[in-house]
Design a protein around this ligand. Structure first.
Ligand SMILES: C[S@@+](CC[C@H](N)C(=O)[O-])C[C@H]1O[C@@H](n2cnc3c(N)ncnc32)[C@H](O)[C@@H]1O
Length: 355
């Protein structure tokens, strides 16, 4: 089911709410929030799963966005030993050995040990208990036992540090991630074992999914904070760019055009569904309030534009997927440019004031 996600999400409030319960860097959390938004906007089916939850913050971020969007037909699964990390192996590399030795280090957190009861209490305190399901135990036992029950997965977040754990998650759950769904590797750049498990798994299966990096900043330096792949070789970067552009275009419209003003919207149906029922966005061409197809020629386009203007349309809004109109209908472009001020012109919208 697709959702009107632009208007319902308050990312900042969610980030603030979950921040005390996660060690995941903010940039990676923002990326995760956008993935949840992408899943809901594009109707990518499936539940959300996090393997390795610690205090639960990243999983709670996904759950809080479901709550905000009023989504009741998905949930977030939280898998963890709730007894901390198992010991690393040689394959996990020197950073893993260092982590285990450095018990006074700022990232040791008692070997990531947090009890099930504590995470359950947090879920209740945040009002997210009914959006989450917590499963206690070692992955090699819990994942095979639960994978049938989970069913299709839209987002699989793997945050369990070591080679054996990452490999176990992929072996058990990767096949359930749907086409277009996301697999996130939180430790891909941190621990060698995680990267080896990812490449080994993809190589053995002869899968060509591309990994994309999520970039953050730390102490003034750019650094990689996680890696993500989309099943089906669809690019997350491209989809995220599209979502960013769409959200900015919707903000532009909200800032420029008062809610009560009718306007012509030429958008290849990119924005209309997200504008909300209160908005009077007239399709073009229009008959009885419905889209009637593109105009056959410039004269029809200009005639129809004038008809709508006389009946109260105050702006003509072209969204970027329909920018080609202004090349194709050169007569319409000349008519608009010579008769009406262009009040917005950026990479997402061109708006003429018809008043
Ligand atoms: C780095 S922490 C997770 C951080 C968390 N996602 C967050 O938002 O801050 C890693 C977690 O993975 C769990 N873990 C690692 N390997 C595991 C395994 N094989 N089975 C169960 N839990 C495991 C640990 O108990 C720990 O809570």
């Amino acid at each position: 089911m697709t959702r009107d996600t632009w208007q319902v999400f308050d990312f900042a409030a969610t980030l603030e709410k979950v921040r005390p319960f996660t060690m995941v860097p903010t940039e990676a959390l923002v990326d995760l929030a956008r993935q949840v938004q992408a899943v809901l906007t594009c109707g990518i089916p499936g539940d959300f799963v996090e393997c390795g939850v610690w205090r639960g913050g990243a999983a709670f971020l996904m759950a809080d966005l479901l709550r905000q969007a009023g989504v009741r037909d998905r949930k977030v699964w939280l898998f963890d030993s709730f007894e901390g990390l198992p010991p690393p192996e040689e394959i996990d590399g020197p950073a893993a050995t260092e982590y285990v030795k450095n018990t006074d280090g700022p990232w040791y957190f008692d070997n990531c040990r947090v009890s099930l009861e504590e995470v359950q209490r947090t879920a209740r305190g945040l009002g997210l208990a009914s959006y989450t399901e917590l499963v206690k135990g070692w992955f090699n036992q819990t994942l095979p036992a639960y994978r049938q029950r989970i069913g299709p997965i839209a987002i699989l977040r793997i945050d369990c540090d070591w080679y054996a754990s990452v490999r176990c998650c992929l072996d058990n759950l990767f096949d359930q991630v749907v086409d277009g769904g996301f697999v996130i590797f939180d430790d891909y750049y941190t621990f060698e074992g995680c990267a080896i498990a990812v490449h080994e798994f993809l190589g053995e299966r002869r899968l060509s999914h591309r990994l994309e990096s999520v970039v953050g900043r730390s102490k003034g330096y750019t650094c990689y904070v996680s890696a993500v792949l989309r099943k089906g070789n669809a690019s997350w970067y491209d989809l995220r760019q599209w979502l960013d552009r769409r959200d900015l275009a919707l903000q532009d419209i909200a800032a420029l055009i008062p809610t009560e003003d009718a306007f012509i919207l030429i958008d290849q149906e990119t924005l209309r569904g997200e504008l909300g029922a209160a908005r009077q966005a007239i399709p073009f061409l229009e008959r009885d309030g419905h889209y009637w197809g593109p105009p056959p020629d410039d004269d029809t386009a200009i005639g129809e534009l004038e008809r709508l203007r006389q009946s109260g349309a105050r702006y003509a809004v072209f969204a970027w997927p329909a920018f080609w109109w202004l090349d194709h209908y050169a007569g319409l472009r000349r008519y608009l440019r010579s008769n009406f001020p262009c009040v917005v012109e950026n990479d997402r919208l061109i708006v003429f004031d018809l008043r």
